[in-house]
Structures are given as structure tokens and as C-alpha cells.
Design a protein around this ligand. Structure first.
Ligand SMILES: [Zn+2]
Length: 263
């Protein structure tokens, strides 16, 4: 049993990392609390609570937050489980929340994501999602995966970018859509309702040595790059795409990420 590595990013926002010892992908998950409900972004790479006790962690964190926020009296306090995208290492833990009271698990197909958040012009649109005195903007983001979205939390200024922008290999499945998504994120950032302070994706694969990554499957990463990326990283990603033709195997290394065209 390996408990998640928990970091409170502010009094209402938790970062959870699935330990490398439970799965080499070691994805990052985020739990955001609002006055009316909470939002879990991704559910990890494991559906076995004995391997990675995500459900127990969410229950404990929620109980702790509710104790600190006695003005929130809704019981049961609702939870929405949503995803940055539909790859298995981000949705496997959904099963742990099946049957939980007042819990909505957002489906993982593009149609289900579009329907749940209420997109009318997918993907070229941003829709607000309300947690109660807290607004998260959901931004269409296909390219790594067809149902991918980014979430911008107006309270912390963090843009949660899943596997789209992160200190890791950026696996591009559809180059046209991915380019459009990076341009969309830049436009959103430049007109954001509150300033975008940083980006947090879902994995770390880069080391602190610029341009050097840990290969897939690595469990021991003693010199990991930090997770947060500055907002200006988006231009660096856009520029790295410039010469690509979309052929599988194309690869462009930059200091803090490596673009890989992948089919
Ligand atoms: Zn992915």
C-alpha cells in the first residue's frame, strides 16, 4: 500500500501524486474544494485501493476540509470526478468512486465530456464550471487524445494541462488538433478572467538536466524537474511544433519538454 504524496497548494486545493512505487506513470491528480461541491481531476493509474488508496485519501481530505469550513453544510457534500483526458493512467481509479453518494463520474468519450460540461462549439470554446464561489474554466484540448481538456482554476491561477503540456514527453497524436489546442491555450491565457500563474500537467519525465528525460518505465527519478511550468512555456511548445510534419517518430527536444509525434 502506498499512500499518495499530498501537497496543499492553497487552503482549498490539493495536489496528489500516485507514488512511483505503485505505478511507474506516477500521475498527478488534483482535488479542488468549493462551497457547493468538489472536483477531482483524474483518478490515477490503478483501480485497486490496496495498491493506491485514492478513495481513502479523498475521504480524509474532504473530511479535513469540511471541518475547516463549517459554513459548508451540504451533506452529503457532492464530488465530481472529471478527467484531463481518457488514457488509462488517468481514469483507472474511477472504479473506486462507483456507488459513492452524491458523486458524479464524468464519462470519458468526447461526446460525454462535451455533453457534461455543455460545450456547444467543441473544441474551440471555454465553458465555466461552478464549484460554489469558485469557478473553473474548461478549455477544449484535443490533440494528445480526442477527449482532452484543460482546466483553469481562477482561484489559484493554475492551468491544469494533463498530458498536453507538462515537463515530460508531449505525445502528439493529432498534430493539427494539438497545434490548435496550444493556440487556444495561448488565447485563453492572454484573455483569462484572472491571471494564469502557472501550468501543472500530469507527469514528470524530464530531469533537472535541460533536454534530458527519464525513459518510459523509470521508477527511480532522483533529479526530477519541477512540475509547474511558467505560462510562457506555451510559446515554446508552439515554436517546437513549427517544423513538424506529423510523421510518427518525429521528436523535438527543448529544455523542459520533448515533443514526440506518436500514432
Ligand atoms: Zn495521456
Amino acid at each position: 500500500m502506498t499512500d499518495p504524496q499530498i501537497t496543499w497548494l492553497d487552503p482549498d486545493t490539493v495536489q496528489l501524486r500516485q507514488p512511483k512505487s505503485s505505478h511507474w506513470e506516477a500521475p498527478f491528480l488534483f482535488l479542488l474544494f468549493g462551497r457547493e461541491r468538489s472536483l477531482l481531476l483524474d483518478s490515477g493509474a490503478t483501480s485497486d485501493e490496496k495498491v493506491f488508496p485514492l478513495r481513502a485519501a479523498v475521504e480524509a481530505l474532504t473530511a479535513e476540509w469540511l471541518r475547516r469550513n463549517p459554513a459548508v453544510y451540504t451533506r452529503p457534500y457532492p464530488l465530481v470526478v472529471a478527467h484531463t483526458h481518457a488514457h488509462g493512467d488517468h481514469i483507472a481509479g474511477d472504479a473506486l468512486f462507483a456507488g459513492r453518494r452524491a458523486t458524479t463520474i464524468v464519462g470519458t468519450s468526447p461526446a460525454e465530456v462535451i455533453g457534461f460540461f455543455g460545450f456547444r462549439r467543441w473544441p474551440d470554446e471555454t465553458v465555466p464550471f461552478l464549484l460554489g464561489r469558485r469557478v473553473v474554466d474548461v478549455i477544449g484540448g484535443p490533440g494528445h487524445e480526442p477527449s482532452a481538456v484543460a482546466f483553469f482554476d481562477r482561484q489559484t491561477g493554475i492551468m491544469f494541462t494533463g498530458d498536453t503540456v507538462l515537463p515530460a514527453r508531449l505525445y502528439v497524436r493529432d498534430l493539427g488538433q494539438y497545434r490548435a489546442t496550444i493556440d487556444r491555450l495561448i488565447r485563453f491565457r492572454d484573455g483569462a478572467p484572472t491571471p494564469v500563474r502557472e501550468l501543472r500537467g500530469a507527469h514528470i519525465e524530464m530531469s533537472t538536466v535541460p533536454g534530458h528525460d527519464y525513459p518510459a518505465g523509470t521508477v527511480d527519478q532522483p533529479d526530477e524537474a519541477p512540475l509547474p511550468l511558467p505560462p510562457r512555456i506555451l510559446e515554446k511548445v508552439r515554436d517546437a511544433l513549427a517544423g513538424l510534419r506529423g510523421e510518427p517518430g518525429e521528436r523535438v527536444a527543448r529544455k523542459r519538454f520533448i515533443v514526440v509525434v506518436d500514432r
